[in-house]
Unconditional design. Structure first.
Length: 516
């Protein structure tokens, strides 16, 4: 959807609001599409230009992650290891290669947190302005949800810095915490500086929509009401999707992430860094609770909380504690399980690099044997717990993913110049169009839907009750679905016909042939 929007917006020179399927796209603000349009203009229309900003921003996120740790006097060796761990977590590694809003969102969240913590330490109002403005620019990605995230974080800091247990009773210290520099901004600064800065970019864009486009207030109402508030009234999805995101997008460091986050949350803070760490982890938990409310729940909604918890455990634990986590027996055993699963998957899909997994196996096996037998070489155990996950992720990205069968049909561009795609929703047609930019592809939801011409072939990608009279099957595409039948006695080979589904292409009999 996003790549399709970038290309259509560039083609129509629509910079104020994105274009999708010939209409204004009120679902998302334009920042992602602006960057994609700029890079497509420079490098030509293609995946390189559209995904390059995400790659560069992913690198920038890791550098900023490192910078935050150095600013708070974390040793460089510890900051490097912590940044490497976050860099090779599946969430960052995956979305830094895709033209999606998530990687942009993480950058602006991190920028806002960085400058807010600088305000806490240095007390300069300028940093409040930059923190709020970073949130405001970030709102041009997915709307005001990033503002909600940071308001939760600021409110959590305000409460944590003032709430104390004394003689078994809860006490609020309105003047701030014992770490005086961490008292946070005042209500006046929040309302008169941070909030206006956070609202300014999105408000300016919406005002421009009202003043300079035909859609006007209708666009704004749909964007704020249906797309943003509507998420909390849409179909309620399972809470398990959020927990799946927390476990999946922290791979292969899931055990380190969970144990480290718990340690930070339960330890008594003895200095400002540990206070900041607890604040970040607690705020991340509250943001997760927000997504457990009845609404749409996608696993990637956990990415903001994940970066905050990774940053929190990097700030709140000393280097020795992080080393203990990396040589933790549960972490090492988890690496064995993960490597075994990927080796089985690599062998099943005939991955050329499946024997690459011997390397993490050797590292982890040594670490476990050393833990069981002697426990003498603790630094080597730390290396085992650090290098093995990195190698495992590299195998997953470099060898396993390319070995997976393609789920899209290969369309002969010499045979098909234009095509209608029948599917329940337009996603199928959009996906086919971005992989086949030289073919004009249109979406219809029924066989008698409005194609630009009745002469065009129709590819049926959704189940239909029956094909009406007057249509002739002219082509059948076989695509891998990966779906097993309900009853099966053995696991067939991945290229077994049982895994494939057919996409039939029809043409009206009156035409009788496909236009050249």
């Amino acid at each position: 959807m996003h790549i399709k929007t970038i290309r259509e917006s560039l083609e129509n020179s629509s910079f104020l609001h994105p274009i999708l399927s010939g209409y204004a796209n009120p679902y998302k603000p334009p920042l992602l599409f602006w960057t994609g349009m700029i890079t497509d203009s420079i490098f030509g229309v293609g995946f390189l230009g559209e995904r390059l900003p995400s790659v560069l921003l992913g690198i920038l996120i890791v550098l900023l992650f490192f910078r935050v740790l150095i600013y708070w006097n974390i040793p460089k060796s510890q900051a490097f290891i912590a940044s490497l761990i976050y860099l090779t977590s599946l969430g960052l590694f995956k979305f830094a290669k895709l033209a999606m809003m998530e990687i942009y969102l993480l950058l602006f969240i991190l920028i806002s947190i960085y400058f807010y913590t600088r305000y806490l330490k240095e007390g300069r109002t300028f940093f409040i302005v930059i923190s709020g403005l970073a949130v405001g620019v970030g709102a041009l990605l997915k709307g005001p949800i990033i503002t909600v995230y940071l308001i939760i974080a600021i409110a959590t800091h305000w409460g944590l810095s003032r709430f104390r247990i004394r003689k078994g009773k809860p006490v609020m210290i309105l003047s701030g915490s014992k770490y005086r520099m961490l008292a946070g901004m005042s209500i006046k600064q929040f309302l008169l500086i941070w909030i206006p800065m956070a609202a300014l970019p999105l408000f300016s864009w919406l005002l421009a929509i009202v003043l300079f486009t035909d859609q006007g207030m209708m666009f704004v109402k749909f964007f704020l009401g249906t797309e943003n508030l509507g998420k909390f009234f849409a179909e309620n999805q399972s809470e398990g999707r959020i927990f799946l995101g927390m476990l999946g997008y922290t791979l292969p460091w899931t055990v380190v992430f969970l144990i480290g986050g718990w340690k930070v949350l339960t330890q008594s803070e003895r200095n400002r860094k540990q206070f900041l760490a607890k604040w970040l982890v607690l705020a991340a938990v509250f943001i997760l609770i927000l997504h457990l409310l009845p609404n749409r729940k996608d696993p990637y909604y956990t990415l903001p909380s994940i970066v905050m918890i990774f940053l929190g455990l990097s700030l709140g634990l000393n280097f020795k504690s992080i080393q203990i986590l990396l040589r933790n027996k549960y972490h090492l055993v988890f690496q064995i399980i993960l490597s075994t699963f990927l080796l089985i998957a690599g062998n099943y899909f005939d991955s050329e690099g499946k024997y690459f997994l011997i390397l993490p196996f050797l590292f982890v096996t040594y670490g476990i044997l050393n833990y069981i037998i002697s426990k003498n070489h603790k630094m080597l155990m730390v290396l085992s717990g650090t290098i093995a996950p990195v190698l495992t992720l590299l195998f997953f990205q470099t060898f396993l993913l390319p070995a997976l069968p393609d789920r899209l049909p290969t369309i002969d561009k010499d045979k098909y110049h234009s095509l209608c795609v029948l599917s329940v929703n337009p996603w199928d047609a959009w996906e086919l169009s971005i992989y086949n930019p030289n073919i004009n592809i249109y979406h219809i939801s029924t066989m008698d839907g409005k194609c630009p011409s009745s002469d065009l072939p129709i590819a049926v990608m959704s189940e239909v009750e029956e094909i009406p009279d007057g249509y002739l099957t002219v082509d059948v595409w076989r695509v891998w679905s990966g779906d097993l039948p309900k009853e099966w006695s053995r696991l067939p080979a991945y290229d077994d016909p049982i895994f494939y589904r057919s996409i039939s292409v029809y043409l009206r009999i009156t035409q009788g042939r496909i236009n050249p």
